[in-house]
Structure formats: C-alpha cells, structure tokens
Design a protein around this ligand. Structure first.
Ligand SMILES: C[S@@+](CC[C@H](N)C(=O)[O-])C[C@H]1O[C@@H](n2cnc3c(N)ncnc32)[C@H](O)[C@@H]1O
Length: 269
C-alpha cells in the first residue's frame, strides 16, 4: 500500500524541482538507461550491502527517491520502504515502479531537509540511502543532514551515500572537468549538442560535491562510528560510502531478526 503526506517543501525548492522535472527528467532518464553516471555499478553494491546488513522486515528510508527505478531491485524482500521526494511526478512513477516489484511502500512528498529535521527518533530506521541528490546542498546543510540522519538510525544502522565526490586535492573546477569528460564521452551518442549544453549549464551552476575525505570528516563530526568508501566510478568523479552508527544492531542482520532466529534455547532438547 502507498500512503502520501502533505508537501513540506519551501516554495523556492518546490519550484526549482518542478521546473527541473518539466524540462530535464527525460535527460536524467537517459543518464540511467545509458549508465552514464554508473548507476548500475553503484546500485549493485547497494543491493548487496542492504541484503547483508538489513534485518528481515527492516526499515529503509530513501531520501530524494526520484522514480525509484534503480532502488526498487535493490530493496530486500519484506523491507519496510519509505521514499521521500519533492516532485509529485517522480513519486507517481515511483509508486508504479514499486508496485511492479511487489514492494509495500510509504511515499512522502516533502523536502528531505525538512522531513529529516522534523523526523521523530522513533520508530527508527535500519538503513538510510541518499543517491545523486546531496551535491546541491551547501557544506553546512550537508553536515546538518548527516546529523539529522544519525538521530533516526537504530544502533548499528547505516547511511549510504552515492554522489559526486571530489578527489583529495581536486578543487571544484577540476572535479567539473572530470565529471564533464565522463558525461561528454558516454553521452555523445545519446544527447544532442543542445541537450549536452543544457546539462553542462545545470552542473556548473548547481553541483557542489565534497571530497570523500570531507564526507568522512563530516560523518565523524556527526557521531558515526565507521566510515567506509565502497566504490569510486566516473574517472574519479563519483563515489559511494557507508557511515555506520555506533552500537550493536538491535536485530540480527543478514535477513534474520533475533526474535525469528532458529536454534534458540527454547528449541533445544
Ligand atoms: C538526480 S535525481 C536522483 C533520484 C534517485 N535517488 C536516483 O538515484 O536515481 C534527484 C531527485 O532528488 C529530488 N530532490 C532534489 N532536491 C530535493 C529536496 N530538497 N527534497 C526532496 N527531493 C529532492 C528530485 O525531485 C529528484 O527526484
């Protein structure tokens, strides 16, 4: 079943995202189908990570879920999935995609920053994911989001981030050159020159990635216990990390909850 709540976005962000959707969603879809930004490689790793680390029936929060087409196949069977996005058209597509995968979902139309600032600490999540969406925020807002996310994670729960990441020593222009080389090379046969120009303008004005070391420092400041770089792609312009909250998982990982485990004392004899 899919339930939806009232929009919580600021008007400016809602307008921006609405405008993006009207003009650019088809361009983004081509990014996915052409694997220009290595979604396949990143989501293969994510699928494995979630299967290994989430308990059966665990709670998964996907911030800026978009149309959920990459995420849906990575969601462990039986997980309790919540997707958050500002764009109503994206959520409508996500609802259909998740239905086709047989996933029971809650979809929330909201600005993820507002959603996270207001999210109660309970019930908490086993896993939080944000992919290809953090780079628009200023550094301080990224830190605030990481702080807000750890508050709603269960002990031993984890945050996965997939996004543009600068190499240590790369300034923003160097990162833009790296990313643009990838998009231009892989997208040459998929986009018209006008579409490439529109995307270049969007990236140059809107993308502000941190370095992976910067993200590690942010995670430590927020109180995460472990920070692990999982995969780099896109000629060093894109990365994926996991940040884990301290504490032992409340329930067993790898698909078995403690209260569902076999071989307990009661079973013996
Ligand atoms: C590049 S898409 C990424 C979608 C998906 N996570 C993926 O990996 O394919 C960015 C998504 O972020 C959403 N978005 C951007 N800013 C947002 C915000 N402040 N709050 C909620 N959603 C936002 C957009 O509506 C869009 O669906």
């Amino acid at each position: 079943m899919v339930t939806e709540t009232t929009p919580a976005a600021t008007p400016l962000q809602a307008d921006d995202v609405g405008a993006f959707f009207a003009k650019s969603w088809a361009l983004y879809r081509t990014m996915l189908t052409g694997n220009i930004l290595s979604h396949r490689e990143f989501f293969d790793v994510l699928k494995r990570e979630l299967a290994e680390r989430m308990p059966a029936g665990g709670r998964l929060l996907d911030l800026a879920c978009g149309d959920a087409t990459m995420m849906a196949p990575a969601i462990p069977a039986g997980a309790d999935y919540t997707g958050v996005d500002l764009a109503r058209p994206a959520l409508d597509l996500a609802a259909e995609c998740l239905r086709q995968h047989g996933i029971s979902a809650t979809l929330v139309e909201a600005d993820f920053q507002v959603f996270m600032a207001e999210a109660p600490a309970s019930p908490a999540y086993d896993a939080v994911v944000i992919s290809y969406s953090l780079h628009h925020l200023e550094t301080a807002a990224k830190q605030k989001l990481l702080n807000d996310i750890i508050r709603v994670l269960l002990p031993g729960g984890a945050l996965w981030v997939i996004d543009g990441m600068r190499q240590w020593g790369d300034d923003r222009p160097a990162w833009l050159d790296r990313l643009w080389h990838v998009i231009q090379t892989r997208g040459a046969s998929l986009y018209s020159p006008e579409e490439l120009a529109a995307m270049k303008s969007h990236v140059w004005t809107s993308d502000f990635p941190e370095s992976s070391a910067g993200y590690a420092a942010m995670a430590i400041r927020a109180g995460y216990e472990r920070w692990e770089f999982l995969l780099g792609e896109g000629e060093g312009s894109l990365g994926m990390f996991r940040a884990t909250k301290p504490g032992a998982p409340v329930s067993g990982v790898g698909g078995v909850k403690e209260d569902q485990s076999v071989g307990s004392e009661d079973d013996e004899g």
